[in-house]
Design a protein around this ligand. Sequence first.
Ligand SMILES: [Zn+2]
Length: 444
Amino acid sequence: MTQRQAIQRQSIEVYGARENNLRDVSLHIPKGQITVFTGVSGSGKSSLVFDTIAAEAQRQLNETFTAFVQGFLPHYGQPDVDRIENLNAPIIIDQKRVGGGSRSTAGTYTDIAAPLRLLFSRFGQPSAGPAFAFSFNTPQGMCPECEGIGKTVQLDMERFLDRSLSLNGGAILHPEFKVGKWMWKMYPLSGLFDNDKPVQEYSGEELHALLYGADVKVSFGEFGSRYEGLIERFTRMYLKKDAAAMSGRARTIFEQFTTSQTCPVCHGARLNGAALNCRIDGQNIADVSALEITDLIAFLDRLSDPAAARVAGHLTERLHHLVDIGLGYLSLSRETATLSGGESQRLKMIRHLGNSLTDMLYILDEPSVGLHARDVARLTGLLRKLRDKGNTVLVVEHDPDVIREADHVVDIGPGAGTHGGQVVFEGRYAELQKADILTGKFLS
Ligand SMILES: [Zn+2]
């Protein structure tokens, strides 16, 4: 390799970026360093970092997969740029909510739940089996009643059925069972009911058939179907699904017609009896997962068994990362669907800190948002950890305390929209301090 080639490989080279308001921007971004992109809102920094560099890296990475796999990936168009050289595989840590269903928690998402399960499988008494027997997402670990959700959901009959009305009159109130709809037809076509008789006048037998089913076939003309009662059918079609994973509208309707209660068997702990009986220093895995992270660390620090304390050490280190980034108030059992955008982004960082990939291109969008001043210093510590693992870190950011930690600063501007789109400053933070144009902006 010539020296020139070696130097080229040390930076990502962007030539002729024109996405949105960018004015033919060319620049070199040093690899293995933290580069912070600054500029007023609308200056074009996001167009450069996200719409150009991240989009192209993602697009090229997706092209390495087979056409079959690509069908499952988001599609990225070619950004308006002449070319970008020496890109690395990207990991984009944005503020999109993590979301996920009820089975996704802070513990499962960051994978910190795994070493905790290991700890209980090796040191808990009485033993409940291997680590997976402590997971509410495996058949061996989940509570059989709620299947690991911690809640049981019932159809609310009072809201589902207006008993003063007949089938033809619209007694079934759920929108999918409206008069004339396919779901509704099963009941009048069953031959089991007087379709004009109000439900409150049904005999006990008729009501039972309406709610719980009867052993008859219903003919829909061209095809037949086994008859299902309302509760039976609703349970199969809706209750067996995870409400947290439903779309907004489906979920609203679902919640309108159901009541949920804490699972009467596991009391919300999600696990089966064997897993919950297994304890370390008097606590089971559900107890400690429900602790705030700071309290969980204190529990692990107090472990009496020295061998257990050694295994806990690794776990504690990862929990400290959560505290470092201002999430010490979360518990591992917190569902990710309930996290804010800022919390989601910080949890994504922790998840990536746990992997051992190197030579990646990390791209972060204003990670300081929602952080207290003291936590910003901890955030920059995590950025340095990502860098020191051998990665390139690009950050779009306003916060002066984050900018100060940058190895390299790129300021896009000078103004917004048509008044921006150019590289105004590029260099080390120390040089930025000397640059007159920026002094007032950052260091006032
Ligand atoms: Zn349960």
